[in-house]
Design a protein around this ligand. Structure first.
Ligand code: RP5
Length: 165
């Protein structure tokens, strides 16, 4: 896989994960970070996973965000095949509310790290913010945008609760 110019790859195990993972994409978009979204299933498309993970660094990606639900092996298997930082997002499953996804992603053996986020939308959003923080280490303009993004969220918190909110 060559010719990519995006900094962040957002991969997910299924179309059904997009409702969650779009929050990562939206957040990266708000911060002006280039990204590419792909469906890559550890179980249904293992060759696609192998090709993506082994080629991700050479393709120019710097950070990978991987979301999956249930028997969520996508983030860990990706991390096993790339030196890039991998952030895992447990998607909320129907049967077990994402507890299965979380435990599948978080319990990696020593030596193959996956930075595991919260279940669902919060995790997807925060994965994007962590990716932004990593990229901002070498990009002062992005660092300033990230500071602004965080400041705007702080400013949006009211001092008192409202009946109308
Ligand atoms: C996982 O199985 C996917 O990441 C998804 O969260 C879950 C269910 O997939 P679908 O049956 O909705 O395609 O591989």
């Amino acid at each position: 896989m060559t010719g990519h110019s995006a900094d962040v790859a957002i991969i997910m195990g299924s179309q059904s994960d997009w409702a969650t993972m779009r929050h990562a994409a939206d957040t990266l978009g708000e911060l002006g970070i280039s990204h590419e979204c792909r469906i890559v299933s550890a179980h249904r498309t293992p060759q696609r996973l192998y090709d993506f993970a082994t080629g991700a660094k050479a393709a120019g990606f710097k950070v990978i965000i991987a979301g999956a639900g249930g028997a969520a092996h996508l983030p860990g298997m990706t991390a096993a095949m790339t030196p890039l930082p991998v952030f895992g997002v447990p998607v909320e499953s129907k049967a077990l509310s994402g507890q299965d996804s979380l435990l599948s992603i978080v319990q990696m053996p020593a030596g193959i790290p996956v930075g595991t986020l919260a279940i669902g939308k919060a995790g997807a959003t925060n994965a994007a913010l962590l990716a932004a923080a990593v990229l901002a280490l070498g990009d002062e303009a992005l660092a300033a945008r990230l500071d602004g993004w965080r400041a705007s969220r702080t400013a949006a918190v009211a001092d008192h609760p409202s009946d109308d909110a």
